[in-house]
Design a protein around this ligand. Structure first.
Ligand SMILES: Nc1nc2c(ncn2[C@@H]2O[C@H](COP(=O)(O)OP(=O)(O)OP(=O)(O)O)[C@@H](O)[C@H]2O)c(=O)[nH]1
Ligand SMILES: [Mg+2]
Length: 249
């Protein structure tokens, strides 16, 4: 039952997600989400067939563009399909889509323009979900550097579970961003530079073989790209964090 006026679209940037897509979609609360969009980034498995069988709006990149490139297509499609709020969730079942209402709440209450699900907000939650120690420490270190540089107090910058208002996605020049993983950091810098309100909500995570493919090598490249991006950042270093909404709703 749709009890809102806002149209909510979930976007799933998929790459080799055939094994986990159905489980992820099954957990999306359909009384909150009006439409689901899958962008298949030229997967080598049958992600596209699974998505189409599930009846989801599915677009396939003819060539692999990368995680950021995939999100660019996701957001363009969501805007074309008249989204008021867009929720991005990784289709690898690492995040729990049943938390979507939690992510939407601050935007629906007009208390935030972007909401990040944070695995680091509840002490011990990320490790309890199986986040490897080296990833946990790297996440913490990069978060500390970013907070210092930007004058923020976020608990993580690397979540794959986020909600954005239509205004954010229609205003920010997403095409200027990287097609790679650093897209997720660049969009945060763009939010800050334009004075958008950011809120965080605590989420759980689960690490298992099919939910995690980023190894040490790729993580180091990702970490260095983030540092470069923070170093080059020229914008203002103040942002309105909606603090009262950083605790569980
Ligand atoms: N479009 C696109 N997406 C990719 C590519 N590689 C990985 N992804 C997606 O990016 C997301 C994150 O990659 P994962 O392998 O799950 O990373 P992870 O090891 O879970 O990373 P953490 O959550 O930071 O621990 C997943 O949804 C992947 O499907 C790619 O080449 N192109
Ligand atoms: Mg993952």
């Amino acid at each position: 039952m749709n009890h809102r006026r806002e149209r909510i679209i979930a976007v799933l940037p998929a790459y080799n997600a055939a094994k986990t897509l159905e489980r992820t979609v099954a957990d999306i609360p359909r009384d909150w989400v009006d439409d689901i969009v899958v962008v298949d980034d030229a997967s080598q498995d049958n992600t596209m067939e699974v998505a189409r069988k599930l009846g989801l709006h599915t677009v396939v990149h003819p060539k692999n563009r990368g995680y950021g490139g995939n999100q660019k297509t996701c957001y363009r499609l969501a805007l074309e399909r008249r989204a008021d709020i867009v929720v991005m969730v990784h289709p690898d079942h690492q995040y729990d889509p049943t938390a979507i209402p939690l992510l939407l709440a601050p935007i629906l209450a007009d208390a935030a323009d972007a909401v990040f699900g944070s695995r680091m907000m509840t002490p011990g939650a990320a490790r309890a979900g199986g986040m490897p120690l080296w990833k946990y420490l790297a996440n913490k270190a990069l978060t500390a550097v970013a907070n210092r540089r930007l004058g923020l107090n976020l608990t993580e910058y690397h979540s794959g579970f986020r909600a954005y208002s239509r205004r954010v996605l229609a205003t920010i020049p997403l095409e200027e961003n990287s097609d790679d993983f650093v897209f997720d950091t660049e969009i945060i810098l763009q939010l800050i530079a334009r004075g958008f309100r950011i809120s965080e909500v605590p989420i759980t995570t689960r690490y298992f073989k099919d939910a995690s493919s980023i190894g040490l090598r790729r993580s180091v490249v990702y970490g260095l790209a983030i540092l470069r991006c923070l170093w080059n950042y020229q914008g203002k270093s103040s942002v309105s964090l909606t603090k009262e909404l950083q605790t569980p709703l």
